[in-house]
Design a protein around this ligand. Structure first.
Ligand code: ASP
Length: 429
């Protein structure tokens, strides 16, 4: 990278100003939510480009438990992409992580479909797979695409057949746990279809939230309690263990998101990244999010750095988030500034309309090739007490809260009627 310190400061300042002004001008209310002075964090943003090199791995928080092994591998001379893949294979192999790989929540038809991509900085290669069924380690399959073919992206059945051809085992990715949550989701949404108990079932009752004559209308909190109890009964009937019911109900009412991105840099300044996910729970079959899109869910440029994303994939594709961040850094922004600019671009998709943006969320994981890094997100977290986090290992393993663009918490999508506070306290802790 060749830019002077003065260019660096001026470019970053103008870029940030222009982006911020755009958002404010288009949506007056948005400015109230902007964090004017984001905590300047221990995110090592001020490391000057090229001043030193060090091994470091950053990732989404569900990779935390796998960082020690990957960091030791990286320090002992292991390849940067192989190190990142070691991290993301952890959640891919974990049946209890319902957002990635084995045990991921399925699409609306009950089939797990996985997306992944990766980029190897030193050789400038990229691979990607989308909507893959029956293969657990799709991150490794995305690497196999560039190891074994002249292509960059394979999807669906073709990607699955390719994976089997190069030696990946076919396996059933739908765990009993995820299958039951999916069934509960089907039944919850079955007022207007044929899933769930029918009229002939002796216990059938009209749904409590069906339209009622005004004299029979019940207060919201009562309706919610009935709805929740109904879900509990369904969960019990499906054989979901009592201790798992609250979590299952939460995943039905508020379909979770989750993905893992990881970027790794070694002492020689080589850098790589990868992202893998089961995507949105209950998505339409064939839907690909941002995770397999090179330049959206992940982008690595050996000259600049590596970035990846978790969150609202549809929005991130529209702004080519990871690539935007890398280009921002190429033109002099720090990791933090580059990520904030990308988040403001997400805000501009909806012209700063907070009625829509509260249903959107994004977290970016950003690593510059000199070891400077940042974790930034659109909102503070999904709900109070659950902030967005980034996991880091550079000799010391730690979790850090990301810097949000907006104060407050994003809302789940599709929107559910507001849960009354007393119900949330009692049931949805
Ligand atoms: N970005 C992922 C997708 O859209 C989901 C997520 O990160 O939670 O598939």
């Amino acid at each position: 990278m060749s830019f002077s310190r003065r260019d660096f400061v001026r470019t970053s300042f103008l870029g940030t100003l222009a982006a911020g002004a755009g958002l404010r001008a288009q949506g007056e209310s948005a400015s109230e939510y902007l964090v004017e002075h984001p905590a300047e964090v221990a995110q090592n943003d001020d490391a000057q480009s090229g001043s030193y090199k060090r091994p470091i791995i950053i990732c989404a928080h569900n990779g935390f438990n796998y960082l020690d092994d990957a960091f030791a591998f990286l320090k002992s001379g292991g390849d940067t992409l192989d190190a990142a893949l070691r991290v993301v294979q952890g959640p891919e192999n974990d049946p209890n992580d319902t957002s990635v790989g084995l045990g991921g929540l399925p699409n609306e038809e009950g089939v797990v479909e996985l997306d992944a991509c990766c980029m190897h900085g030193p050789t400038r290669r990229a691979g990607s797979v989308g909507a893959v069924r029956n293969i657990k380690n799709v991150s490794l399959v995305s690497k196999a695409v560039f190891d074994h073919t002249g292509h960059v992206m394979l999807v669906g059945e073709g990607a699955e057949r390719f994976a089997v051809a190069v030696g990946f085992p076919r396996e059933n990715l739908l765990t009993d746990h995820s299958r039951k949550i999916w069934l509960l989701w089907k039944e919850y949404h079955s007022n207007s279809d044929w899933w769930g108990p029918g009229l002939a079932d002796p216990h059938w009752q009209p749904p409590s939230d069906a339209p009622q004559p005004p004299e029979k209308a019940k207060p919201q909190s009562e309706l919610w309690q009935e709805r929740y109890r109904g879900l509990e009964e369904h969960a019990a009937a499906l054989g979901i263990a009592p201790e798992d019911r609250a979590d299952a109900i939460h995943k039905v009412l508020f379909p979770p998101t989750g993905t893992i991105h990881c970027s790794a840099l070694n002492g020689k300044g080589e850098i790589s990244g990868c992202t893998t996910t089961s995507g949105l729970a209950y998505k339409l079959p064939g839907r690909c999010g941002d995770s397999p899109i090179i330049g959206a869910g992940c982008y690595t440029d050996q000259d600049v750095g590596s970035a990846g994303a978790t969150g609202s994939g549809e929005e991130n594709i529209k702004i080519a988030g990871a690539h935007t961040i890398i280009e921002n850094m190429r033109h002099g922004m720090s990791p933090h500034e580059a990520g904030m600019d990308a988040l403001k671009r997400v805000g501009r998709i909806y012209s700063g309309d907070m009625n829509k943006l509260r249903f959107v969320d994004m977290t970016y994981y950003i690593l510059r090739k000199d070891g400077a890094y940042a974790g930034v997100s659109l909102w503070e977290g999904y709900r109070a007490g659950h902030p967005h986090m980034i996991a880091v290992h550079d000799g010391a393993k730690r979790s850090e809260v990301t810097t949000p663009l907006f104060k407050g918490f994003s809302q789940d999508f599709p929107p559910e009627p507001k849960v009354p506070d007393e119900v949330r306290k009692e049931y949805l802790k």
